[in-house]
Write a protein that binds this ligand. Structure first.
Ligand code: SAM
Length: 207
């Protein structure tokens, strides 16, 4: 089956979200790739997440009326376009997303202008997360910047005051990044939920 273009993601979510086999449809129509999972899609257009982990996150957020989203570390934009489209499709009052990355990629540069033209409230910012000063608060902040423990912790504390409802982390099970150790600490302190179906894993803090 041919994978969908990100400009069609919103329509896709609106049409399929309530299907019983939504995860299967999601996995087949949007290219996911993640180590240690069944998400084997190749190519840079893929969402570098495990489809089951994203599916479960979406299932949780379906009726939560999340109105704004910030992703720290977007790289090629897979997760950014997917989550932005999903949140638009479930919340008519969605205010928009910001995707931040310290360095741009050719692929993001080629994908973003058309997406932004269609959804002007989806914004892409190139900059260091330690220099970025958000001018608003976000209901959901997703941190996926592969930093070492100390920097990851610093990043978390910098963004905590800018999050209103949830902060998520990718790679909470992957020992190569600081998210794992930080997550083990945060679990002692916050109300948390995990979505783990790969060697990476997503962790969500409820504020
Ligand atoms: C694993 S990739 C992100 C993948 C993306 N979230 C997805 O699911 O498709 C990590 C990204 O974090 C970015 N990054 C690393 N350090 C950063 C920093 N200090 N500020 C902003 N972005 C950073 C890297 O440039 C890289 O593109």
């Amino acid at each position: 089956m041919v994978h969908l273009h990100e400009l069609d993601f919103v329509d896709f979510f609106e049409e399929n979200l309530d299907r019983d086999d939504f995860h299967e449809i999601l996995r087949r129509r949007i290219a996911f790739s993640c180590k240690g999972s069944k998400c084997k899609a190749r190519g840079r257009f893929s969402v570098h997440q495990c489809s089951k982990e994203i599916y479960r996150l979406m299932d949780k957020f379906k009726s939560e009326n999340i109105s704004s989203f910030l992703e720290v570390g977007v790289e090629f934009g897979g997760m950014f376009f997917c989550m932005d489209s999903f949140l638009r499709s479930v919340n008519p009052d969605f205010e928009g997303s910001t995707g931040l990355d310290i360095k741009t990629t050719e692929l993001m540069e080629s994908r973003y202008p058309n997406y932004h033209a269609k959804y002007p409230t989806a914004k892409y910012v190139i900059g260091d997360c330690f220099d970025f000063a958000p001018d608003k608060k976000y209901d959901f902040i997703f941190i996926d910047n592969n930093l070492k423990y100390n920097r990851m912790k610093e990043c978390f504390h910098q963004y905590l005051p800018h999050a209103t409802r949830y902060i998520g982390f990718h790679d909470i099970k992957d020992g190569r990044y600081g998210a794992k150790r930080l997550w083990e600490e945060l679990e002692q302190e916050y109300e948390t939920e995990t979505f783990v179906h790969s060697l990476a894993g997503i962790g969500l803090i409820t504020l």
